[in-house]
Design a protein around this ligand. Sequence first.
Ligand SMILES: Cc1cc2nc3c(=O)[nH]c(=O)nc-3n(C[C@H](O)[C@H](O)[C@H](O)COP(=O)(O)OP(=O)(O)OC[C@H]3O[C@@H](n4cnc5c(N)ncnc54)[C@H](O)[C@@H]3O)c2cc1C
Length: 410
Amino acid sequence: MTADNTMVIVGASLAGARAAQTLREQGFAGPVVLIGDEDEIPYERPPLSKDYLMGKHGREKLYAQPRAWYGEHDVDLRLGTIVAAIDPAAHEVSLASGERLGYSRLLLTTGSSPRRLQVPGADLSGVFYLRRVTDSDQIRAAFDGAPRVAVIGAGWIGLETAAAARAADAEVTVLETAELPLLRVLGREVAEVFAKLHADNGVDLRFGVQVAELTGSEGAVSGVRLADGTQVGADVVIVGVGITPNIELAAAAGLTVDNGVVTDARLQTSDPDIFAAGDVANAFHPLYRKHLRVEHWSNARNQPVAAARAMLGEDVSYDRVPYFYTDQYDLGMEYAGYVEPGGYDEVVFRGDVPGREFIAFWLGADGRVLAGMNVNIWDVNEAISALVRAQKPVSKDALTDPSIPLESLA
Ligand SMILES: Cc1cc2nc3c(=O)[nH]c(=O)nc-3n(C[C@H](O)[C@H](O)[C@H](O)COP(=O)(O)OP(=O)(O)OC[C@H]3O[C@@H](n4cnc5c(N)ncnc54)[C@H](O)[C@@H]3O)c2cc1C
């Protein structure tokens, strides 16, 4: 294959599929090759810990594009294919099969992988990580018969999986080293809302605990031993202790990596013909004037659109306000903004916090809105995002008064 005008995308998940789609929508008529090591066509992961895990819908609803789309748009989708190396000087990628493909521009959307638990017994059967659709299938099957489930890590994946396990009538214990769930991301005020949500739904939450060992018999897990000697019985263990970006290819190719593949606001890496987007990219964010690596769906949806345009030579700058969402039991929420752990002055609320129908605002020392979260209140996220983007002080009285439209405050 000639490299003259070939666009190669490594990582066939949401970000990769969105980039391929954008290339075609922008009128690019040359070859587009989308390479992924999974066997499934590109799909969205959020339902894997929510509706799909609870058996509410099948695989078709997960797909980023219908199966026929790739052929119809002449996208050469190569599934079950590992890219083993990049040769930036030759403008080639090598596949694990030994085949080499030339590119004119390359996009890395290699995403991230679950961090592994490093304790004895972590390789027993019945211990699961959740990243791929096949993981979700296996966990759903393991929930059959209402087993005892221990969830290690009270982050988003851990909590959503705990909620799905409760929906399957499992007895659920959540084990977390911090004092509250999601403490680093949300801070104490809102972390408490999530602790209460799970306690109200019958989850046994254990905070400030260290997992020392997974115990088992005949190769299958039967429990978790904590550092203080406490034994928690479990037939199924779900590990959700964070993710790490898949930077190996980029690092081996000599690209700048630092908590992900480092890019500028155009999503261009330290090699002018290689771009990165999605979970793997640590991109310069013009609004925050620093590099941010965002591990969320909206970023994986929107950032590759900008990256694909940049690959076509457009002058783009990706500066969307970070956004994410979750659904757990009867709580649905959206969050817009960015706050470093402990990097806020105060949280103020509008609405009914005990009733779980409210908006929380994280404020900086100068009264700016750094982030906002709407819980079971809808159609306000754009207004929250505008408040964050405005980067100017807003009166607390106005923020907490539900009679004042948020739109009027930005
Ligand atoms: C269970 C779950 C629930 C989630 N829920 C939410 C949510 O509610 N809200 C939210 O905002 N976000 C959520 N997320 C996060 C969101 O799904 C991710 O941000 C998104 O998947 C990132 O997309 P990506 O395309 O950048 O990377 P990924 O989805 O990680 O895809 C990268 C792909 O590249 C492949 N790959 C890597 N290296 C190679 C190689 N060398 N050769 C070939 N292929 C390679 C990988 O196998 C993978 O298929 C959730 C994630 C998970 C796992």
